[in-house]
Ligand binder design. Structure first.
Ligand SMILES: Nc1nc2c(ncn2[C@@H]2O[C@H](COP(=O)(O)OP(=O)(O)OP(=O)(O)O)[C@@H](O)[C@H]2O)c(=O)[nH]1
Ligand SMILES: [Mg+2]
Length: 284
């Protein structure tokens, strides 16, 4: 059987996580319009009669911030570029090439693994993807070029075919029902973090961490979930809670609705906002 490791790389916000979810067919990795949504590498596993492809979704290359989180992310991208069967370099035709794009292109030119250059978001009207031609001209020594839309899932099968041809024969890395390497609890934390990202407008989300405190299935099948939202400053805490706790309610309702939809059970979700200026040092 074929067994391949494929890394998704690219600038923040180009749609790597959306593409991962489309390839796996279920929500493995959270998605938002804000940069640096993905904070830790997350694997999604695709099973097929031909074998198995393990996709690694990575935090987007983001040079704007020099704090600990982004430094760690960029180091991670450096370290993991070697040792995979293929890299999919995801590009967004609605934004011009900038410093981050050049930085990642430079990295990609240095690696020996086959690179697939993929222009995403092709569902956007032409007027909104003004830089399509610029990206078509990109040369990082790629072995293939793709243009598709992760949102409407066009052309994914052709991409999967190519990835299987690039993969080696080998043993499966994961059992055939396993779709991701992140555990249930971590996925819950991620889902709550996604709702924070989607609802808050400020720079704030980068200073946030969600941790699960309690998860209990009650006799009637409903679930009780308690989680903490950690932030670095009282001022941020007030923003997350919002006037009359409206913001926190909105975040909680969005997470609860999605969880009820996915699990088909009633969910009670209790969120508490906590301040710890040093959470980044403790958790990252
Ligand atoms: N129109 C359109 N939007 C897309 C497509 N793929 C992703 N997006 C949107 O682009 C935004 C960023 O998507 P993500 O999947 O979170 O991007 P990412 O590359 O994982 O970003 P980071 O995790 O921050 O590195 C979201 O608002 C997505 O809905 C697509 O094919 N078409
Ligand atoms: Mg992502």
């Amino acid at each position: 059987m074929k067994s391949g490791f494929v890394m998704l790389a690219g600038r923040s916000n180009v749609g790597k996580s959306t593409l991962l979810n489309a390839l796996i067919g279920t929500k493995v990795s959270i998605v938002s319009p804000k940069p640096q949504t993905t904070r830790h590498p997350i694997r999604g596993i695709l099973h097929d009669a031909r074998g198995q492809l393990v996709f690694v979704d990575t935090p987007g290359v983001f040079l704007g911030r020099k704090d600990r989180v982004s430094t760690t992310l960029n180091e991670f991208v450096h370290e993991t570029l070697d040792g995979v069967d293929a890299v999919i370099y995801v590009m967004d035709p609605s934004r011009d090439i900038g410093a981050e794009e050049l930085y990642i292109q430079n990295l990609l030119r240095q690696i020996k693994v086959p690179v697939i250059a993929l222009i995403n978001k092709m569902d956007l009207p032409e007027s909104e993807r003004s830089f399509t031609e610029t990206y078509r001209a990109v040369d990082v020594g790629q072995s293939q070029n793709f243009e598709l839309s992760a949102i409407n899932r066009k052309n994914l099968n052709r991409l999967i075919d190519v990835l299987f041809t690039l993969s080696q024969n080998g043993d499966a890395h994961y059992p055939d029902l396993q779709l991701t390497d992140i555990g249930h609890n971590q996925w819950l934390e991620e889902l709550i973090r996604e709702k924070i990202f989607l609802n808050l407008n400020e720079e704030l989300p980068y200073s946030i961490k969600v941790s699960l405190d309690e998860l209990e299935t009650r006799p009637d099948g409903s679930r009780y979930i308690a989680a903490s939202i950690w932030t670095t400053d009282e001022r941020y805490k007030r923003m997350i809670i919002g006037a009359k706790a409206q913001m926190l309610k909105k975040i909680g309702a969005a997470a609860r609705n999605e969880l009820e939809h996915v699990t088909g059970t009633k969910i009670f979700l209790e969120l508490t906002v906590k301040v710890d200026p040093k959470w980044q040092e403790r958790f990252v």
